[in-house]
Write a protein that binds this ligand. Structure first.
Ligand code: ATP
Ligand code: FE
Length: 337
C-alpha cells in the first residue's frame, strides 16, 4: 500500500510517502516568514502553504521514487489547526484523490502525534495497548489513554496555554527569537536547573495550567533587570535551565499521577516539545526510577510532519475508514470525536 500524506495544520507544509508502515519520504517546508512577527500569522501561513504545497508533494514523490499513479490513497490533516492552513491541504488532497480516482482519508492531527509511534523505524518501538500518550506541542498538552489505534480517551489537558506556548512565551520574555522552545532547551543544557525557582500551579486532577508560569517569569525578569540591565544576558543559561526544570516538573507530576491512577506503565510522548532533551532524559530515567517502559519518537516525527499523518492513513486504510469528497476541514477537532 502506498499512501501520500499531507500536513498543513499550522506553519509547516509537509508531504510524505509511505509504503505500508515505512516512511519512504517525509518533506517539511518550514515557513520562515513568521519569525519576524514573533509568532504564526494565520493569513501568511495559508498563503505560504499555497506556494509550498505543489513543490513539497512533488519532492516527496520524487524522494520516494514513486509515481502518483502507484498511490493507493491520499491522507490529509482535517484538523485541529488554523482554518486557512487546513483548507489548503484539505482542498489539495481532495482534488488529487479525485483526479487519481483513489480513496481519501481524513486524519486528526492530535491522534497522529500519538500514532507516530507506529511508524516502522529501526530506532523506534511501538508501544503495546493500552498505553499512556502525553502529547506536548505548540497548541496542545494532553494525557491520553490509548486503548487501541482509534480508541483514545483524554484523561487531562491544559486549561490555558499549551506547554510549547509556555516555552515560546518564556523565550520571548528573555528576548529569544520565535520559536523559542528549542533555544530554551539549548541554553538549559549549559545551565543550573536549581539556580532560580518558579511556582508551580495548583490544578486538580490530570489537567495542566501554564499561563501563571509566564506571568511569574515576567515579574521575575522585571525585578532583576531593574537592578541589573544585563541580568538576562548574564544568566540566560541558568534562567532557561530553571524555567525548563519547572515545566518538566509539572509534566512529570501529572504523568506520574496518570500512571498511578490507571496502573499503566507504558508511557509514550509525542508532539513538538517531545523533541526537548530534558523531557527525553526524564523519560529515560523513569525506566529505572518508576519501572516504566517509555517510548520516544525520533526527532523528525515529533514536530509537525506528514509522516505521522501517513501512518494514520495506512492504519485507517487497513480498516476501510475512508471519507468522501464532501468532507470539510475542522479547526477544532477533539481526539476520538
Ligand atoms: P499542535 O500540534 O498542538 O497543533 P504545533 O503543530 O504548533 O501544535 P508542534 O509542531 O507539534 O506544534 O510543536 C511545536 C512546538 O514545540 C513549539 O512550541 C516549539 O517551541 C516546541 N519545541 C520544539 N522543539 C523543542 C525543544 N527542543 N524544547 C522545547 N520545546 C520545543
Ligand atoms: Fe502538531
Amino acid at each position: 500500500i502506498y499512501i501520500l500524506a499531507i500536513e498543513s495544520s499550522c506553519d509547516d507544509t509537509s508531504a510524505a510517502v509511505l509504503c505500508n508502515t515505512k516512511v519512504l519520504s517525509n518533506v517539511v517546508a518550514t515557513q520562515e516568514i513568521h519569525k519576524q512577527y514573533g509568532g504564526v500569522v494565520p493569513e501568511l501561513a495559508s498563503r505560504a502553504h499555497q506556494q509550498n504545497i505543489v513543490p513539497v508533494v512533488h519532492q516527496a514523490l520524487a524522494k520516494a521514487n514513486i509515481d502518483k499513479k502507484q498511490l493507493s490513497a491520499i491522507a490529509f490533516t482535517r484538523g485541529p489547526g488554523l482554518m486557512g492552513s487546513l483548507l489548503v491541504g484539505t482542498s489539495f488532497a481532495k482534488s488529487l484523490a479525485l483526479a487519481l480516482n483513489i480513496p481519501l482519508i481524513e486524519v486528526n492531527h492530535m491522534e497522529a502525534h500519538i500514532l507516530a509511534h507506529f511508524i516502522d523505524d529501526e530506532e523506534m518501538t511501538a508501544p503495546p495497548f493500552p498505553f499512556l500518550g502525553m502529547t506536548i506541542s505548540g497548541g496542545h498538552t494532553q494525557i491520553v489513554k490509548v486503548n487501541h489505534y482509534f480508541d483514545m480517551e483524554v484523561l487531562g489537558e491544559t486549561l490555558d496555554d499549551a506547554v510549547g506556548e509556555a516555552f515560546d512565551k518564556s523565550a520571548k520574555l528573555m528576548g529569544l527569537p520565535y520559536p523559542g522552545g528549542p533555544l530554551v532547551d539549548k541554553h538549559a543544557r549549559k545551565g543550573n536547573p536549581s539556580a532560580f525557582s518558579f511556582p508551580k500551579p495548583k490544578v486538580d486532577g490530570l489537567n495542566f495550567s501554564f499561563s501563571g508560569l509566564k506571568t511569574s517569569i515576567l515579574y521575575f525578569l522585571q525585578k532583576h533587570t531593574k537592578n541589573n540591565p544585563n541580568f538576562v544576558q548574564e544568566n540566560i543559561d541558568d534562567i532557561c535551565a530553571s524555567v525548563q526544570h519547572t515545566i518538566l516538573e509539572i509534566l512529570m507530576e501529572k504523568l506520574d499521577k496518570a500512571a498511578k491512577e490507571t496502573g499503566i506503565k507504558h508511557v509514550a510522548i509525542g508532539g513538538g516539545v517531545a523533541a526537548n532533551s530534558g523531557i527525553r532524559q526524564r523519560l529515560q530515567d523513569a525506566r529505572e526510577t518508576k519501572g516504566w517502559t517509555t517510548y520516544i519518537p525520533k526527532f523528525q516525527y515529533c514536530t509537525d510532519n506528514a509522516g505521522m499523518i501517513g501512518i494514520v492513513g495506512y492504519l485507517k486504510f487497513m480498516e476501510n475508514q475512508f471519507t468522501d469528497q464532501g468532507i470539510a476541514a475542522k479547526a477544532r477537532y477533539a481526539i476520538g470525536s
